[in-house]
Each structure stands twice: as structure tokens, then as C-alpha cells.
Design a protein around this ligand. Sequence first.
Ligand SMILES: Cc1cc2nc3c(=O)[nH]c(=O)nc-3n(C[C@H](O)[C@H](O)[C@H](O)COP(=O)(O)O)c2cc1C
Length: 138
Amino acid sequence: MRNDIYELPVEKEQACGHSIHPLLEQRRSWRAFTSRIIEPETLGLLLEAARWAPSCMNEQPWAFIVATKQNPTEFERLIGCLLDFNARWAQHAAALILSVARLTFASNGEPNNHALHDLGQAIANLTFQANACGLTVC
Ligand SMILES: Cc1cc2nc3c(=O)[nH]c(=O)nc-3n(C[C@H](O)[C@H](O)[C@H](O)COP(=O)(O)O)c2cc1C
């Protein structure tokens, strides 16, 4: 089976050869979604997982702008931020999350060169919490 967007092999299970955690091994950037809504409590749990990520100077430079299917106006606003080929599959997701990072330290205004790294760690936390909840993130 191949991914119809990037034509990458979907099966990579055996490629690793090490006993990494199943959550890591089984994670995929799935782009097909059911019509199931995501409960606010679950969404809160995902954001809480992101919040616990490590960050340079504990700046926690991330912020997340969330739109769920239950709010079509907000959802459409975020869909409008996407390239067409991403909007094609993202329109079926239960929630869209726009992630942003503050690029300067709040304490002194100096550039925070680690902000995007820290944002990535926060998103990784969110991704694996989502997977643990039976959800998928792309
Ligand atoms: C920074 C970043 C940007 C990405 N952008 C897109 C994107 O615009 N559209 C998309 O369908 N997938 C996107 N992906 C998903 C990658 O294509 C995917 O992670 C990669 O093909 C490996 O597949 P896997 O995540 O299922 O292991 C992105 C992933 C990352 C980390």
C-alpha cells in the first residue's frame, strides 16, 4: 500500500529492527479521518501533554490555536491557512491546531534560537498523547 500524496511506503514496521515503544513504532501521519468528533476533555489532554514538554529556560514558547468541527467558522478559518493539497484531507479532521512559537525570550527580549525546536517537542508530546488516546495526528 502506498501513500497517495507523497508515494511513501506505509509499511515500515520491520525497518527499525529495535524494540522501540509501540507508540513510536505505530505512529503514522494518517490523512484519512472518521466523522467522530473530539471531546473537549480529550483536546485538553492533548494540549496538557504538549505543555509538559521541555523547553529552553522553561520558556514554553508555544501557543496553539484550536478549531474543531463543531465550530464551522473557526474551522474554515484554519482550513483557509492550508495549501489546497493539505486542505483536501485536513477538512475531514475533527480538529485543526495551528501551532506558533514566540521567537524571543519573554524575560529579556533576546532571540530564542531554540523556540522552534521546543515547539517541535511540544507537538511530539501532543502527537503521542493523541496516539495513546486512539487518535491520529498529521
Ligand atoms: C515539519 C513537517 C511538515 C510536514 N508537512 C506535511 C504536509 O504539508 N502535508 C502532508 O500531507 N504531510 C506533511 N508532513 C508529514 C510527512 O510527510 C510524514 O511525516 C512523512 O512522510 C513520514 O511519514 P510518517 O509520519 O507516516 O512516518 C509533514 C511532517 C513534518 C515533520
